[in-house]
Design a protein around this ligand. Structure first.
Ligand code: MG
Length: 310
């Protein structure tokens, strides 16, 4: 049963990582650093800055260390890096500029084998090691369950599977649990059922949601997630980010469109719509194309000076 929306929500900006990672057009490290600085200036307090994966697999993220070096410290902003294995974690730790690590647990065996090169259980054992080391290093730990709403190879992911995996991750240890609709198939009832079940099974665990707008259900899903007890939402500026299993798809839900929706829903984000809009228009110049976000192009309603939705 859908509950009421919270008074405020935390947005994690994932554009610099999830948004860019599959983009064929390589953005220079200096532009990525500028993007992250602009996002911080817009009021975003958590930014997934990069990932520490093999540069041959994800060429766009080959400059992880360089991007972080160019950014330096941003006061009041927590920067995170995605790691998939201990080697990635070693790299992340060595930068000495990250506040958070994000790890991907996988809901389906086939996707885990193909994407992580390890089975679901083996992957969880990797997290056991990284989780302990991250805690010792004082890093905030977030685990994202990918393909949490559907797998491109195995199809539906049952609610019971969602709960079992969430429990396994929570028992190993994490500060936050995210569920990602990696291929953009979820609908609001799926979101309510799965987050509702996890919230019931693991009360007190901080929940985060990651939606792609592949099938235009992303914003409805974000609203459903808030009403199901989720405290943190991911989005990407401009709606950048593809889906490797749907090449023509639009990307993650767009930060400015989400901020517009939440502002009109009386859910505070602390983020400036105007600063996001200006950043999207700047990024369109850097990428030489129009980005999927709608409000960056059509503007706010009602028109007039944009208020910071705090
Ligand atoms: Mg994603």
């Amino acid at each position: 049963m859908a509950g009421t929306r919270p008074e405020s929500v935390e947005i994690v900006e994932v554009g610099p990582r999830d948004g860019l990672q599959n983009d064929k057009q390589l953005l220079p490290a200096s532009a990525k650093a500028e993007l992250i600085r602009r996002l911080a200036a817009a009021g975003l307090r958590r930014i997934e800055a990069t990932s520490f994966v093999h540069p041959k697999r994800v060429p766009q993220m080959a400059d992880a260390e360089e991007v972080l070096r160019l950014i330096g410290r941003l006061p009041g902003v927590s920067l995170s890096g995605l790691v998939l294995n201990e080697r990635g974690f070693d790299r992340a730790l060595a930068t000495d500029t990250l506040d958070e690590v994000t790890f991907a647990a996988v809901a389906s065996e086939t996707f885990s084998q193909r994407n992580q090169g390890a089975g679901v259980e083996e992957n969880l054992e990797t997290w056991r090691v990284i989780s302990r080391r991250a805690r010792e290093a004082g890093l905030f730990r977030s685990v994202t369950i990918v393909t949490a709403f559907g797998c491109p190879f195995e199809g539906e992911v049952p609610v019971a599977r969602a709960v079992d995996l969430a429990r396994a991750v929570a028992e190993i240890g994490t500060d936050e649990l995210s569920r990602a609709d990696t291929i953009g198939v979820a609908t609001p009832p799926d979101v309510e059922a799965r987050f509702g079940a996890v919230a019931e099974a693991l009360p007190g665990l901080r929940l985060r949601a990651h939606f792609h707008n592949t099938r235009n259900t992303g914003y409805a899903n974000a609203d459903a997630a808030l009403r199901a007890g989720v405290a943190v939402l991911d989005s990407s500026l401009g709606g950048i980010g593809g889906c490797p299993f749907a090449p023509e798809a639009t990307g993650n839900i767009a930060t400015e469109d989400l901020v517009y929706m939440l502002g009109r829903s009386r859910v505070a984000t602390g983020v400036s719509f105007e600063a996001l809009r200006e950043t999207t228009l700047w990024l369109e110049g850097e990428m030489n194309r129009r980005l999927p976000a709608q409000t960056a192009h059509v503007g706010l309603f009602p028109p007039g000076p944009a208020a910071r939705t705090s």
